[in-house]
Design a protein around this ligand. Structure first.
Ligand code: ZN
Length: 213
């Protein structure tokens, strides 16, 4: 099966107008008049990441205290709480840690089929980028496959996409920080009417609820 490369999108007024809304997170709203691929909303914190590909180099935040890479960009290291944060250029090499082939649903500028993947960055495999694989045959993909970054320049962002490295031996899959069978321990139970009444008797619980919105 051959992989269809994503065609370049058409720029839209809708997205340009969103550029003023700095500080908000997410992708641009999709409408029938938005033919282009959904692009990230640039903020002061993430601008270096989305424009890093201008010179063909992938960069991440780096904690100067513990050398961890940090992504998505944040003002504080999630591991040691240091605020001494810099930016490090990396090799752009990664290991395919998960993928799915979307065969049915197209987005503007992203006709199916396309491969959505998680890749673990070589310099710090705790960093997983959700990305799109290109220049590949989805039938031939395997977990542990070595991939490298290739940038797609759209408007004022350089999307870090990945492609297989030909003839590279597969790597061991990176360890998950949370084992899949323990994910449930890190998910707050859904708020139902019944446990909402129970929780509202406790000031601490009420506080948690208000924080959760
Ligand atoms: Zn740190």
């Amino acid at each position: 099966m051959s992989y269809r490369r994503i065609p370049p999108p058409t720029r839209t007024l809708a997205r340009i107008s969103n550029r003023g809304e700095r500080g908000r997170v997410g992708v641009h709203a999709l409408t029938a008049t938005t033919p282009g691929r959904p692009l990230p909303l640039i903020t002061q914190e993430n601008e270096f990441f989305w424009t890093s590909g201008a010179d063909g180099t992938l960069r991440f935040q780096e904690c100067q205290a513990c050398d961890a890479l940090i992504h998505p960009p944040a003002p504080v290291c999630r591991y040691c709480r240091s605020r001494d944060i810099g930016i490090r250029a990396v090799s752009g090499k990664a290991t395919l840690a998960g993928f799915t082939l979307n065969q049915r649903f197209s987005l503007p500028g992203m006709p199916a089929p396309y491969v959505v993947a998680q890749v673990a960055i070589s310099e710090d495999p705790r960093i997983r980028l959700t990305t799109t694989l290109v220049e590949c045959d989805p039938e031939q993909l395997e977990l542990g496959q070595r991939v490298e970054v290739v940038f797609e320049h759209l408007d004022d962002v350089w999307l870090p996409l990945f492609r297989p490295i030909p003839d590279a031996p597969p790597a061991a899959l990176p360890d998950d920080e949370i084992a899949p069978e323990r994910f449930g321990e890190h998910v707050r139970p859904m708020l139902t009417q019944r446990n909402s009444r129970t929780r509202s008797r406790s000031p601490a619980s009420a506080c948690r609820r208000s924080v959760a919105g």
